[in-house]
Design a protein around this ligand. Structure first.
Ligand SMILES: Cc1cc2nc3c(=O)[nH]c(=O)nc-3n(C[C@H](O)[C@H](O)[C@H](O)COP(=O)(O)OP(=O)(O)OC[C@H]3O[C@@H](n4cnc5c(N)ncnc54)[C@H](O)[C@@H]3O)c2cc1C
Length: 490
């Protein structure tokens, strides 16, 4: 067996978390097989359709997805040269602080040069380039068009032996794929909690933060002279308690995106007139101005995200051996903070470190490190932001109440203060924990530093909102529109 821990690792889910996990697994197991029900062949990204081809299982691929500063660093560690590769395919790159405009209540955080990089590939291109790297690993293979039916355990249910899978080929029978390690990366719909209770384990504790987030995203083309970003790569007016609607406007790989966001029942419309009206209601005028100038390549696509959810596998008394859980299967975050893929990348490094001991990772120790090094900081950053909104419910601690109040002071004073701006962006980029803002000098700057009046004042009047259409239908319609637009353009 050489230096390998085992013969085969089976990864359930061949998306971001599964593929990132495959990097360290490929060094520890003789063979790594990723199972996914989706079609994982897609056009090359240097062809127009490839840039915006969204998989069926990832309808949020239409939405703007970017990497945080920490995600960029870890991705580069896992795949040397990846940042340049993404940029060579058209992804935007800039300084995570200097080239991104962050607004809270209309007040822009000071743009200060930093050592953090922002990359804007968009989800389809990012997945495509990671898949290209994984496919090049000689001992890693994908089984696409294959449904995962369940997991297989020893009679005493203490160890997982493999997975039950079934190809979508007509007439294919269910089969058992044995593995020395099985890793669940099946995303938010993961059935691990159910599978565990079926094996006799107690229910997994779940923490939730309900914020009722709604997205509507339009991807578009725009002439350079009409692009209000100039040298910057993104402009992000965040929804705040004064105005629980916001936007992300960013330059991606060969196209631009605007995602309009609403919290607590605010629904950004999906018709173009409503989209513009909603953009006009934001705290800064740029977003609406760009919507007026943009040449949309499809109708805006909605996505509803009712709540963040963290499954506390780390708190279980025991877990079956040879079974690990990563990515959205373990924790999903309010996407406005753009944390999910970065956390999945960090978790891949946790896996690498656990595998470096030369034996199968201890499941409980692994899940505890997933929380400690992966999800905890992101969960705290997101919770502190979410709970500033009255009406957000869920597992709220004193930590979130104080953290949220303090973050509002920090972001207000960061309009004029280089040090606060840098410190805040390091936490937002998941480079530093939120506690790093609690240094006495930073606290003094946040509490007593100069602040301008928030815009808009509380008591704004919401504009009309459209009914949000069924997500799948809208995605399919948008995909058809994009395809036919691109076909005509060729
Ligand atoms: C609207 C929105 C915007 C977001 N924006 C950002 C962002 O800007 N930055 C960021 O970092 N993150 C963002 N995220 C989060 C990010 O998309 C997720 O964290 C990331 O996709 C998690 O990857 P995953 O591999 O864990 O799960 P997924 O990407 O959901 O993949 C799960 C895979 O498992 C497969 N699968 C599931 N069940 C089965 C089954 N039974 N049989 C076979 N295959 C199965 C699916 O086909 C899929 O390929 C956003 C999320 C949303 C919803």
């Amino acid at each position: 067996m050489g230096n390998h821990i085992g013969e085969r690792a089976v990864v359930l889910g061949g998306s971001i978390a599964g593929m990132l996990a495959a990097v360290p697994l490929s060094q520890a197991y003789r063979e790594v097989i990723l199972i996914d029900r989706d079609d994982l062949t897609e056009p090359e990204p240097d062809r127009p359709a490839g840039v915006l081809t969204v998989r069926r299982a990832v309808p949020h691929g239409w939405q703007l997805q970017a990497l945080l500063a920490k995600g960029q660093r870890v991705l580069e560690e896992l795949f040397p040269g990846m940042t340049d590769e993404l940029v060579s395919f058209g992804a935007s790159r800039g300084d995570f602080n200097k080239n991104v405009r962050w607004y809270f209540d209309g007040r822009k955080i000071k743009q200060v040069r930093s050592d953090m990089i922002a990359v804007g590939p968009g989800r389809p291109l990012l997945e495509n380039r990671i898949r290209a790297r994984i496919s090049a690993l000689p001992n890693v293979s994908f089984r696409q068009h294959t449904d995962i039916l369940g997991i297989v355990a020893t009679p005493d249910r203490k160890r997982i032996l493999g997975a039950r899978i079934q190809s979508q080929q007509p007439g294919a029978e269910p089969e058992t794929l044995l593995g020395d390690l099985v890793l669940d990366a099946t995303g938010r719909g993961s059935r691990t909690p159910r599978w565990l209770t079926e094996l006799g384990y107690p229910e997994v504790e779940e923490e939730r933060v309900k914020m009722g987030l709604a997205y509507s995203t339009g991807n578009f083309l725009i002439d350079r002279e009409d692009d209000l970003l100039g040298e910057d790569v993104a402009s992000v007016p965040i929804g705040t308690p004064n105005l629980p609607r916001g936007a992300v406007y960013a330059r991606m790989a060969g196209y631009h995106s605007i995602t309009l966001t609403g919290l607590l029942g605010q629904k950004p419309p999906t018709d173009r007139a409503g989209f513009l009206a909603y953009a006009e209601s934001l705290a800064i005028p740029d977003i609406a101005e760009v919507v007026r100038r943009a040449e949309f390549i499809h109708d805006p696509v909605p996505y509803n995200f009712p709540e963040s959810r963290r499954r506390r596998f780390d708190k279980m008394a025991s877990l079956p051996e040879n079974y690990l859980i990563m990515g959205d299967a373990a924790c999903i975050f309010n996407p406005i903070y753009a944390q999910g893929m970065t956390v999945a990348a960090v978790e891949a490094t946790v896996l690498r470190d656990h595998l470096s001991h030369g034996k199968t990772p201890d499941p409980l120790k692994f899940q505890r490190d997933v929380v400690k090094r992966g999800t905890a900081i992101a969960w705290d950053v997101a919770g502190a932001g979410d709970f500033t909104h009255r009406g957000v419910t869920g597992n709220k601690g004193v930590k979130f109440a104080v953290g949220g109040w303090f973050v509002q002071k920090v972001t207000a004073a960061a309009e004029f203060d280089d040090k606060l701006s840098t410190a805040f962006m390091r936490t937002a980029g998941l480079i530093a924990p939120p506690t790093s803002l609690m240094r006495p000098d930073l606290m003094a700057r946040a509490l007593f530093g100069k602040k301008s009046a928030p815009v808009p004042d509380p008591g704004y009047t919401p504009v009309r909102t459209a009914k949000v259409a069924d997500i799948a239908d809208a995605s399919d319609a948008a995909r058809r529109t994009l395809r036919s637009d691109l076909r005509k353009a060729r």
